[in-house]
Design a protein around this ligand. Sequence first.
Ligand code: BG6
Length: 491
Amino acid sequence: MADAPLSDALVFFGATGDLAFKQIFPALQVMVVRGGLSIPIIGVANAGWGLERFRQRARESLQAAGEFDPEAFRRLCQLLRYVDGDYRDTSTFARVHEALDGAERPLHYLAIPPSLFGTVVENLAWSNCLAQARVVVEKPFGRDLASARALNALLHRFLPESAIFRIDHYLGKEPVQNLLFFRFANVFLEPIWNLEHVRMVQVTLSEHFGVRGRGAFYEEVGAIRDVLQNHLLQIVGLLTMDAPFCKAPESLRDEKALIFKAMRAIDPAAAVRGQYRGYRKEPGVSPASQVETFAAVRMFIDSWRWADVPFYIRTGKFLPSNATEVFVELYHPPRPIFEEPSLAPNFVRFRLGPDVLISIGARAKKPGGLMRGEDVELVAIQSPGARMQPYARLLGDAIRGDVSLFARQETVEEAWRVVEPLLGNTSPLYEYEPGTWGPPEAETLIAPHGHWRPVLSPVRLAEVPRAAHPDELRRAGQEEAVQGVGPAAIH
Ligand code: BG6
């Protein structure tokens, strides 16, 4: 994609909204500082604001994020323009056209509710702002398979697929990219990455906070639509797809699309929905709400590589920990030579946030005369994970026309197909106490294959020693430590 022309303006709709405040302004500042962003940035919203108020909002956003940098902010301000108006009014778009000031290949970023996508895209087309444009659309991309298809059909009336960038910020996260890199830049995982060796896979996205004032939004989505259909299935896709032929963006997306096609639609009988106690009292939430704030499911991938391997996925608000982790559990050795029933099975752990870790769980002999073992966790990489800016990466990619990290139409539609049987509250809803791992029924769900693995707590993670360079260890006279890194960090 090196030859794709750069976008020559960034227009972002929903410029006074929450997403812009929390994510977009900080990302833009990073792009100005590190990426040399120098194209006009035109904010559009219906707030009765002018440019000065808009700049002020940018400043407040950067200050709230603790990332205000006066020099970078000055440069960012020079790029900002602002258009105020109703999205249904064509005169708003005449002013957007005017603000583009001759830019021919704008990137339009729709940080607005999906119900407005159609109106905005149509008006952009009628006002001559779409001819060579690219369009970034935020999640949720539809509410189910039918609405996602309708949305795709609507966008395709005006835009080719190559100009549509469906954003899933998880794909822009450094550790999520590392999942792909670690799998395909090494040889040692590939021989075991299949049903012969993998006993089960667990993916957890747990958040230790509630809906944080987004009750009205959350009532429309629930955990299944909010994170399972997108972030979590994307992680499963990266974890299980075959190697792409090459680095070309479409090659990656081709392979990903294939694995999504092989994902079996989830059986409602293999799903547990939960709602934290107190959710119904949140502002914007119905007192009789049936919306889930927790979901745990078992799913399968019908391919030769993954047939019958259970994938257990759970996510929830107000859980005990704030973490996203993938845990790939391997089978026990074929014959037990050393009787150690208490030892954990071998595993590969990808901790994808908030801190980053890739590790391998193994068994090693305890020093001493007996052939007794202990669990060790070999840490391949570890970092605090701060300063990750998925939006800066993704918007930069979209400006360059690189589609690799954006979801393609068929993948989004397949993801809806996978969760479709769960939509419409098809499985019972259980209440759970905030600060617990969801309703006990989630344990029952996984019982045929074991237990949910505890995720690392950040404190625990800090205790995992970093991998030292062999020279460093030699200098310290600790040669034997070169053999392995770190004690067991689990449980
Ligand atoms: C968003 C969801 O897409 O992802 C939120 O709408 C969720 O409900 C968030 O909290 C999780 O993303 P991150 O990057 O904060 O882990």
